[in-house]
Design a protein around this ligand. Structure first.
Ligand code: NAP
Length: 281
C-alpha cells in the first residue's frame, strides 16, 4: 500500500483509507469486519465524524479498532454548529469517548460554518497542546476559505482538506488541488466512487475503465482509484462495509497508470470548465 505524507508531524498515511459515512445502516458485524480487513490490507487511515449516525458510527469504529489503536490513523470531524472555541473542545472529548481512544490523529472542521474560524483553530491548537489530537484540518473548503485558514494558522498547520473528488466531479483539480499542493496540505478525496453512482459498465466511462482494467489486470474501480491517486498530494477514502469490497479497493493501492491510460480517462471523464467554489455532496 502506497503511503502519503500527512500533517505537520510528517506522518505517513495509507493513500487509500476507509470511509464510514452511513455505516450505521450496514450490518454492524459486517462493517466491523470490513474495517478490520482494511487494516489487515494496510488501509490504516479511517475517516469518521460525530455527524455519522449521530455518534453511532464512531462507536462502531471504536469496536473495530479495539486492541489495534497503534495501527490506525484515526480522523474525525466536528460539526460546524459545534465549532466554537469551547464547543470544539467538548465535541472532540465526546468523540474520543465514543471511539474509546485518548487521541485523534487528525480532527477536521466538517464544513465552513458560522462560528469564526479563528475560534475553531484556537480550539484545534488547544486540543493539540493537550495531546487530544495530533493534527487538524478542514473539509469542504474552497481556495479562498483555505487561504483564510492559512492566514490565521500560519504555514504547515493545516494537515488536510477533505473534498468531493471522483471521476464525474473533478472541479477541485482547477484551483483547490494546486493550492493544497503548494502549501503542503494533503487533499483527501471523499466519495471517490461518486457515493453510489459509479459509472455503469456499458456507459462510455465504464467501458474505458473496463478496457484499461483488462489491460492492467485491475477492476474498473481500482482503475478509478488509481486515477485519483496519481497526484502525490491526493489520498482517497472509499467507504465499504463489505469485506470483498475492501479487498478490491485495497488492491488499487499499487496501481500505476500510464500516460495513455490517463489520456483515455481524461477523454471519458472530462475535467470540466473552471468554476469557483468546491462541490459539496
Ligand atoms: P463512496 O466511497 O464513493 O461509495 C461508497 C459505496 O460504494 C458504498 O455503497 C459501498 O458499498 C460501495 N463500494 C465500495 N467499494 C466497492 C467495491 N469495490 N465494489 C462495489 N461497491 C463498492 O461514498 P461515500 O461513503 O460518500 O464517501 C466515502 C467516505 O468519504 C465517506 O464514507 C466519509 O467517510 C467521507 N465523506 C466525507 C464527506 C465530507 O463532507 N467531509 C462527505 C461525504 C463522504 P458497501 O458499503 O456495501 O461495501
Amino acid at each position: 500500500m502506497r503511503t502519503r505524507p500527512f500533517g505537520p508531524l510528517g506522518s505517513h498515511v495509507s493513500a487509500l483509507g476507509q470511509g464510514t459515512w452511513n455505516m450505521e445502516y450496514d450490518r454492524r458485524a459486517d462493517a466491523v469486519a470490513a474495517l478490520r480487513r482494511g487494516l489487515d490490507a494496510g488501509m490504516n487511515h479511517i475517516d469518521t465524524a460525530e455527524m455519522y449516525g449521530s455518534g453511532r458510527v464512531e462507536e462502531l469504529v471504536g469496536e473495530a479498532i479495539a486492541g489495534r489503536r497503534d495501527e490506525v490513523f484515526l480522523v474525525s470531524k466536528v460539526l460546524p454548529e459545534n465549532a466554537s472555541r469551547r464547543g470544539t473542545v467538548a465535541a472532540c472529548e465526546r468523540s474520543l469517548k465514543r471511539l474509546g481512544v485518548e487521541t485523534l490523529d487528525c480532527y477536521l472542521l466538517h464544513w465552513p460554518g458560522s462560528h469564526p474560524l479563528d475560534e475553531t483553530i484556537a480550539a484545534f491548537e488547544q486540543l493539540t497542546a493537550e495531546g487530544k489530537i495530533r493534527s487538524w484540518g478542514v473539509s469542504n473548503f474552497d481556495k479562498e476559505e483555505l487561504a483564510a485558514a492559512l492566514a490565521i494558522a500560519g504555514p504547515r498547520h493545516i494537515a488536510c482538506n477533505q473534498v468531493l473528488y471522483h471521476l464525474g466531479e473533478r472541479r477541485i483539480e482547477h484551483t483547490v488541488l494546486p493550492f493544497c499542493a503548494e502549501h503542503g496540505i494533503a487533499l483527501v478525496a471523499y466519495s471517490p466512487f461518486g457515493s453510489g453512482r459509479f459509472p455503469k459498465a456499458r456507459s462510455r466511462g465504464g467501458r474505458a475503465l473496463g478496457e484499461i482494467g483488462r489491460e492492467r489486470g485491475a477492476t474498473p474501480r481500482q482503475v478509478a482509484l488509481g486515477f485519483l491517486l496519481q497526484h502525490p498530494s491526493v489520498l482517497a477514502i472509499p467507504k465499504a462495509a463489505q469485506s470483498a469490497h475492501v479487498v478490491e479497493n485495497a488492491g488499487a493501492g499499487e496501481i500505476e497508470l500510464g500516460t495513455d491510460d490517463i489520456r483515455r480517462i481524461d477523454a471519458a471523464f472530462p475535467r470540466g470548465r473552471r468554476r469557483s467554489g468546491v462541490p459539496i455532496l
